[in-house]
Design a protein around this ligand. Structure first.
Ligand code: SF4
Ligand code: SF4
Length: 495
């Protein structure tokens, strides 16, 4: 058997194994997601395509922070271009130097080398933001940095493979391949057969890094490469703030709200996989910024880790492949996360997310209970976190992968209120007041329309007096009782 044939067979075996591991990692995660409640994945809405294209291809949300937005755009488009480059390299290694029949191949070569440089600059900037600028919202540690190393060595292997190819094929210097041409000049004197040997070394290095990255993607936050576009496509199309209806009359219902991870819908679970741990949501969250324990990023990542752990226990399928590499760390993702966290604790000011991040760091740890025994509310997410949310949806507005935090928090609250009768003290009083007087402060229900009597010359009709109204001015409790707000209600009625 000749060298080319052996190389080809080895290539098939290694690539096949890599793709098999990738499939396993994705399929097992799909099985965990299937444990969730059904979701209407067929939903469509006006402007879905336009919004989808602008979020995915112009990265609209990421550009709210132009520096990291630009960096991400370079990496995003750079990787698309380099996929063709990788394919071309593979063909060269398997055919003894023949390249893909790409029109304007020299220009393609130039694009490839320029892209490599841009990606290296972008990755350098990514590292600087994490460790130079020390952005509080970004995690530090080996795991979040692994991708920087992956991409760095991937780019190095591309350049070196192309450089040794030039020496091996005795190609002359060209401005279309400036970097590899310069390196090839520096390698002058190496024989063609030696250059071919090094070409194959870096060719294999490139292939192995590519496959390792492929297998690593679904097992890390980089799963968002696959799940984020899907999540953006299936994002909510109903008006922001409209909650899903609860059928309280349903006598068959065993439970209301979300009391265990499987009670979330499959779409809500898809959110967990889409999270890229960028911390943008926590950065803008008024609860996190004022030292409350709620961090929307940790809400999502803790739910994701719990889903993976419990999904593993229920399905018997490990999320980690190849399993022998990860067996020692087990499946307790909360534990593996803990060592990754190192926050910049020097920040101070009126709004400061550091205390919240510190709280999460100190409360993450190995639980005594098995993953199936963990209580979603209590062990994974505390009641304090659940009630800290103001439902402002700032987090959703910033999230680049269209995660929907608030509906999850509302579902957890629904379970607490309807199944456990657990409501914070202030909430209890407000609800009792609403029940008795129809307003949260317990003011006399007969005074609700008092504000209408103070408008000279205008009679404000009520719904009772004019049931066939065309427009309804819903004044609400604040506009009816609060003295300052009453003047706004009057001004609007006069207008
Ligand atoms: S909706 Fe809740 S979690 Fe999101 S930013 Fe507002 S307070 Fe924070
Ligand atoms: S939920 Fe969205 S904004 Fe928050 S960390 Fe994840 S990807 Fe970033």
């Amino acid at each position: 058997m000749g060298w080319q044939t052996s190389n080809f067979l080895l290539f098939l075996a290694v690539t096949g194994y890599g793709i098999y591991l990738f499939y396993k990692a994705v399929y097992h995660r799909y099985l965990y997601l299937k444990l969730g409640g059904s979701a209407d994945f067929r939903q469509r809405g006006e402007g879905r395509w336009a919004e989808f294209l602008s979020q995915v291809f112009t990265q609209k949300k990421l550009m709210k922070d132009p520096k990291s937005g630009l960096m991400h755009i370079i990496i995003f488009y750079g990787f698309i271009i380099l996929q063709f480059g990788a394919l071309d390299l593979i063909v060269k290694g398997l055919t003894g130097g023949k390249h893909l029949p790409i029109p304007g191949y020299e220009v393609f070569g130039l694009m490839q080398e320029v892209t490599v440089v841009l990606i290296l600059v972008a990755m350098g900037y990514a590292a600087y933001r994490r460790y130079g600028e020390k952005l509080t919202r970004l995690k530090k540690g080996w795991k979040p940095s692994l991708v920087i190393l992956f991409i760095f060595f991937l780019m190095v292997s591309v350049v070196l493979t192309l450089s040794f190819e030039r020496v091996w094929m005795e190609l002359s210097f060209t401005g279309y391949s400036p970097i590899s041409s310069f390196i090839a000049l520096a390698l002058t004197g190496i024989s063609s057969s030696t250059a071919y040997g090094w070409f194959m070394v870096f060719w294999w290095m490139h292939l192995l890094i590519l496959l390792a990255f492929l297998v690593y993607v679904p097992q890390s936050k980089h799963f968002h490469i696959i799940t984020a576009p899907i999540n953006i496509w299936f994002r909510r199309s109903a008006p922001v703030g409209r909650l899903t209806k609860l059928d309280l009359e349903d006598e068959e219902a065993e439970s209301f709200g979300v009391g265990k991870i499987e009670d979330f819908s499959q779409k809500q679970m898809l959110d967990f996989y889409a999270c890229v741990e960028c911390g943008r949501c926590t950065d803008v969250c008024p609860a996190s910024s004022t030292g409350k324990v709620l961090s929307p990023m940790h809400l999502i990542t803790k739910l994701r880790d719990h889903m993976v752990e419990k999904g593993t226990a229920i399905t018997g399928k490990s999320p980690w492949v190849p399993h022998y590499l990860f067996a020692s760390s087990g499946t307790h993702a909360l534990v593996t996360e803990k060592s990754d966290v190192a926050w910049n604790a020097n920040e101070s000011g009126i709004t400061n997310i550091v205390p919240t991040l510190d709280w999460h760091k100190s409360t993450w740890g190995e639980q005594d209970k098995k993953s199936v025994e963990l209580e979603l509310i209590g062990d994974v997410i505390t009641e304090e976190e659940i009630w800290s949310c103001t439902t402002c949806r700032n987090c959703e507005d910033q999230c680049p992968v269209s995660n929907e935090h608030v509906d999850k928090i509302i579902d957890l609250r629904r379970h607490l209120v309807l199944m456990q009768g657990s409501v914070p003290h202030e909430g209890q009083r407000a609800m009792q007041n609403i029940e008795r007087q129809g307003n949260p402060w317990g003011l006399n229900r007969n005074d609700r329309a008092t504000w209408t009597g103070d408008i000279s010359g205008i009679k404000v009709p009520t719904v009772k007096e004019n049931p066939d109204f065309e427009y309804l001015f819903f004044v609400g409790s604040m506009g009816s009782y609060d003295l300052r707000s009453r003047s706004i209600s009057r001004a609007l009625a006069r207008y």
